[in-house]
Design a protein. Structure first.
Length: 377
C-alpha cells in the first residue's frame, strides 16, 4: 500500500470507509451474541467483553461518519491517517471477538464456541472485501490467535486439527486480500486513465477545453481569461511537416506553463489555439497581473523554437478578458476572450487586445517577433 500513488490510495480509502452497513451489522451482531451468552451463562467475563464491543462498535461507526463528512477536504497525509485509524478500529474489534471466543473455550461453553466461530468467520469474510491487505491480516490475526491458542490448550486432538484449519484459513485470507487489492487497483487506474483522457489534450498533455471550462466554473474569484493563437504555425506545418508541427505545439505548451508557474491553468483548445486562466485580484491589480502574463507569453513565444528540421520562429496573438463578475455563462466569458483575440489577429497579429472596448485603444500594442522589441506598456 505504501507504493500506491496518492489518487489510487485515496480511492481505496474511500472504498475502505464505504463499509457502514457492514460495520454496523457485524457490530450489532457481536453485541447481541455477547449479550445472549452473558445472559444465559451469567458470566462476568462475557459481560465485560460485550461492553467493550459496544464501545468499539460505536466508535467505529462514529469514525465512519466523520470520514464521510470530511473526505473531500482530506489531503494525502490525512488519508493515510484515516486508513491507519480504520485499521486500529478493525484490530480492536477483532481482538474483542477473539477474546469472546477464548472465554467460551475457557469455561467450556459449547454453544458459545459455535456462535463465536460463526461471528469470527463473518468478520473475516467482511473485512477481506475492504481491499487493504495490512488491515485484513492484522485484524484477522488478533481475532484468530486467541481461538488457535484456546484450541491448542484442549486435550482432544480434534481441537488441534481445528487450530490448524484456522491457521490455513488465515493464510488463504492473505492471498485473497492481495488479489482483491490488485484487482481494485487496476480498475481504479483504468478509471483514472479514462478521466485523464476526457480532460487532457492527447498531444501536449495540457488540460483540454472540457477541463478548462470545469476549472473556470469552479473558480469563485476574479480571473483573467487569455486566449492565445499562434502566428505562422501553418507555415511550419507546410515546410517541415505535421510531426514538426506537433513538436512545436508541445514546446509551446511547455513555455506557457513556464510563464504561468503555479498560479494558473493553461489548456489547449485545439489546433494552435490555447487558453489561459489566471486568478487575479479585483480592480487595477487584476488588470496589471493579466497584462503582465500576456506580455510574458507573447514575448516567450516569439523566441526561436528548435525542431528536427531546424530552427523556426513564430509569434502569437492574444485576447484578454477580465472576468470580475460571474453572472455570465462560462461560454460567454470564453467568447469575450475569443473576440479580443480575433481583433488582434485582424490587426496583423503578434499583439494582444483587451475585450473591453473602452480601454482597447489605450492598452493594446504590437509585439514583434524579436523579444527585444516587445512593447513596454
Amino acid at each position: 500500500m505504501q507504493r500506491l500513488d496518492p489518487d489510487t490510495r485515496r480511492e481505496l480509502a474511500h472504498l475502505l470507509y464505504s463499509s457502514m452497513p457492514l460495520v454496523g451489522t457485524i457490530s450489532a451482531a457481536a453485541v447481541v451474541i455477547g449479550t445472549v451468552m452473558a445472559w444465559v451463562v451469567r458470566d462476568p467475563g462475557y459481560a465485560a467483553i460485550t461492553a467493550a464491543l459496544v464501545v468499539i462498535g460505536a466508535l467505529r461507526v462514529i469514525k465512519l461518519l466523520m470520514f464521510a463528512a470530511r473526505f473531500d477536504q482530506l489531503d494525502h497525509d490525512a488519508i493515510i491517517y484515516w486508513e491507519r485509524l480504520y485499521g486500529l478500529g478493525a484490530a480492536a474489534f477483532g481482538l474483542a471477538v477473539g477474546a469472546l471466543s477464548a472465554r467460551a473455550f475457557q469455561i467450556g461453553d459449547g454453544p458459545g464456541i459455535w456462535m463465536c466461530f460463526g461471528l469470527s468467520m463473518a468478520f473475516c469474510v467482511g473485512i477481506v472485501s475492504r481491499v487493504s491487505p495490512w488491515i485484513v491480516m492484522s485484524s484477522s490475526a488478533v481475532l484468530l490467535i486467541p481461538t488457535v491458542i484456546a484450541c491448542l490448550m484442549q486435550p482432544e486432538p480434534v481441537y488441534r486439527m481445528g487450530a490448524g484449519m484456522v491457521v490455513l484459513f488465515w493464510i488463504t485470507l492473505r492471498g485473497t486480500s492481495y488479489r482483491l487489492t490488485a484487482a481494485f487497483t487496476e480498475r481504479i487506474t483504468a478509471q483514472q486513465a479514462l478521466r485523464r483522457q476526457a480532460h487532457q489534450d492527447f498531444l501536449t498533455g495540457l488540460p483540454n477545453r472540457a477541463a478548462f471550462i470545469e476549472a473556470l466554473r469552479q473558480l469563485d474569484q476574479p480571473a483573467a481569461i487569455i486566449a492565445v493563437d499562434l502566428d505562422g504555425f501553418k507555415g511550419v506545418n507546410d515546410r517541415f511537416g505535421h510531426q514538426a508541427g506537433d513538436a512545436l505545439l508541445c514546446q509551446v505548451g511547455e513555455r506557457l506553463l513556464d510563464c504561468l508557474g503555479e498560479s494558473g491553468l493553461a489548456a489547449r483548445f485545439g489546433g494552435d489555439e490555447f487558453m489561459l486562466l489566471l486568478p487575479v485580484p479585483a480592480g487595477s491589480a487584476g488588470r496589471d497581473a493579466a497584462l503582465a502574463l500576456t506580455r510574458a507569453v507573447v514575448a516567450s513565444l516569439a523566441h526561436p523554437f528548435s525542431l528536427a528540421g531546424g530552427v523556426v520562429q513564430i509569434g502569437a496573438s492574444a485576447g484578454i478578458f477580465l472576468a470580475e463578475r460571474r453572472a455570465a455563462e462560462t461560454e460567454a466569458l470564453l467568447d469575450q476572450a475569443d473576440r479580443a483575440l480575433y481583433a488582434a489577429k485582424r490587426a496583423g497579429g503578434h499583439q494582444w487586445r483587451w475585450a473591453d472596448a473602452e480601454t482597447a485603444a489605450g492598452e493594446w500594442a504590437r509585439c514583434r517577433v524579436a523579444p527585444a522589441l516587445a512593447p513596454a506598456l
